[in-house]
Design a protein around this ligand. Structure first.
Ligand code: ADP
Ligand code: MG
Length: 584
């Protein structure tokens, strides 16, 4: 397929954000491109932790000569052309930003020969300059991308890089994850001219097992149960270690959804649930698992780096994984010795009482700083351990602008947050979680608020008292056309109780008498969230601003407010450098 520039509208619908944080992010993006190009053999060469040189050569479909400049342009992609395609994207990439972002912070040399073409073409781009015109070159079919002098024009960014060894460690993790994701592709990885591993394409079950043994160790494979189960529209396959072979660290946990490595709370919770009765509380399950399902039922456009997903039917996915694994483990248990400690011990750790898909409630603490954040953040599958001292993604607050925006500094540069929109999204997600789980916690008002309403509304409030209560609103009728609000959701304690009630009643009226609140619940919660959110012109302390940033990092879909507008925008040092025409 040819490369096109995405429409401005589609660009806005794609989770935005800088993706190039460190050499490993470059490797990830380039490898994803090679995989999307249908490659069967990919070679990766790293020098000096990737800062010196990253070279990736594939045998994929190549790029048409006339598309070469577009390949390096922002928002140009051959992978999607419309919002419909975005909703069922099957490729790893689709944002059309990676090569452009890489070319803005490094020197990029791309040599490519499209399938069926006689000639190969080469194009070179340096940070901040337009790419050269394509020159003829020699190459077999496929594409090589060489990235050198990463961050050479952005010293501030280079400063945040760790030692070559650490950076290579991150790269190694990224490559291994993709090698496990795509068994049908052969990979070689070389570091400073030494071979790290070479795995051939694996086209049958034995070969796939050998690949897992090469990457995860023979011991893992020996202790693991092979999983292969198909449900209605779902398929789970791979290997899960027996509880007796659980690890003291969560360092061997690979989960792939349609070939994409993801970390996802629904999945993590389902797996923990399967192991609940079986695992010592200090131990972590080890697994390499692939879930396949219709791409239209999973949203990958949640996070710029695309390692988070949202399932349209997360309960179904949760149940399928928990049951499949649970059955496999239960079946294997008989022959595999003692099954670990009591349910109570495991329950304490994994919260067995929590409903499916529920998450730990996250209080709006204002005291949090980096260390606490790092400690609380959920461990991603196969995660690289980040230093507690590293800057969190949205960075630290610097100031408030015109009472509406929070300015923060992160590793990439500046982050501008629309305070109201961000807070509204956080409140909404939290309300949804509470509503779907333990219920919205109500808080009595010190002074109950009397509200004058129409008679019909008063009737409605009386009829739907239970619904209102489930939303955290305790309301009594005082007379024909008067209500009194006694309790409001604790999260919205500062909201105007009278307006909150009348807006919710209006929504309920619009739902119609028959509608069940479960169906329209989210609309009601969105209305409520709007009331609880910090209004423009409220002065925030730096601590409050930092708490807001940390909350955003943990909130699903916090990149957009309830009305679909972005909640924050990055302005990278690279972009600032370009604005001021530096680094030329
Ligand atoms: P995206 O992957 O989101 O489309 P990229 O900036 O990563 O955006 O790549 C832009 C385009 O360049 C891709 O859509 C693809 O058409 C082309 N491309 C990049 N790398 C390769 C490759 N290794 N082989 C073939 N085409 C490639
Ligand atoms: Mg890409």
């Amino acid at each position: 397929m040819r490369i096109r520039t995405l429409s401005a509208q589609l660009v806005n619908q794609i989770a935005a954000g800088e993706v190039i944080e460190r050499p490993a992010s470059v490797v990830k993006e380039l490898l994803e491109n090679s995989l999307d190009a249908g490659s069967r053999a990919i070679e990766v060469e790293i020098e000096r932790g990737g800062v010196g040189r990253i070279h990736i050569a594939d045998d994929g479909c190549g790029i048409h000569r006339d598309d070469l400049a577009l390949a390096l342009a922002a928002h140009a992609t051959s992978k999607i052309a419309s919002i419909e395609e975005l909703e069922q994207v099957a490729s790893l990439g689709f944002r059309g930003e990676a090569l452009a972002s890489i070319a803005s912070v490094a020197r990029v040399r791309l040599v490519t020969r499209a399938a069926g073409e006689e000639l190969a073409w080469e194009i070179v781009a340096e940070a901040g300059t337009a790419p050269s015109a394509p020159r003829p070159a020699a190459r077999r079919a496929g594409t090589s991308v060489e990235v050198s002098d990463l961050f050479f024009a952005t010293p501030a960014r280079r400063k945040f890089l760790r030692t070559d060894k650490t950076e290579f460690g991150h790269i190694d993790t990224v490559v291994r994850r993709l090698v496990l994701a795509r068994a049908e592709v052969g990979f070689t990885l070389r570091n400073d001219a030494r071979a790290v591993f070479a795995v051939p394409a694996a086209n049958d079950e034995d070969a796939r097992a050998r690949r897992v043994a090469t990457l995860c160790g023979q011991a893992f494979l020996d202790s693991a149960i092979a999983i292969e189960e198909s449900g209605a529209a779902l398929r789970l396959r791979g290997w899960a270690a027996l509880p007796t072979a659980a690890r003291t660290r969560a360092d061997l946990q690979y989960f792939f959804v349609n070939g994409r490595a993801v970390r996802d709370r629904v999945i993590t919770h389902a797996i923990r649930q399967a192991y609940t009765d079986l695992l010592h509380h200090a131990h972590h399950p080890a697994y390499v698992l692939h879930l396949e399902l219709d791409p239209a039922t999973v949203d990958v456009n949640v996070h710029p780096a695309k390692h988070e997903v949202r399932f349209r039917q997360s309960q179904v996915v949760h149940g399928f994984i928990a049951q499949t694994l649970g059955r496999a483990l239960a079946g294997a248990r008989a022959g595999s010795g003692p099954a670990g400690p009591t349910r109570a011990a495991a329950g304490r750790l994994f919260g067995v009482a929590a409903p499916a898909g529920a998450q730990r409630p996250i209080p709006l603490a204002v005291r949090e700083q980096a260390a606490a954040y790092a400690a609380l953040a959920e461990e991603p599958a196969g995660a690289v351990h980040e230093d507690a001292s590293e800057t969190p993604p949205l960075g630290y607050a610097l100031a408030q602008l015109h009472g509406a925006y929070v300015l923060a500094q992160n590793e990439e540069g500046l982050v501008v947050v629309d305070m109201h929109a961000a807070h509204e999204r956080i409140t909404y997600e939290r309300l949804k979680r509470a509503f779907g789980g333990e219920g919205v916690r109500a808080q009595p008002l010190l002074v109950p608020v009397t509200v004058a309403v129409g008679r019909q509304q008063a009737d409605l409030a009386e009829e739907r008292a239970d619904t209102l209560r489930s939303l955290g609103l305790e309301v009594d009728r005082l007379g024909e056309d008067r209500l009194v609000v006694r309790q409001v959701p604790a999260m919205l304690a500062r909201a105007d109780a009278a307006r909150l009630l009348t807006d919710v009643l209006e929504d309920l009226e619009r739902c119609g008498a028959g509608a069940i609140v479960e169906e329209r619940g989210n609309e009601l919660l969105a209305t409520m969230a709007c009331h609880g959110s910090v209004r423009a012109n409220r002065r925030l302390t730096l601590e409050e601003m930092n708490a807001l940033l940390r909350d955003m990092e943990r909130t699903e879909r916090s990149g957009q407010c309830n009305h679909g507008r972005p909640t924050w925008m990055p302005l990278s040092l690279g972009e600032l450098d370009r604005l001021f025409q530096r680094g030329r």
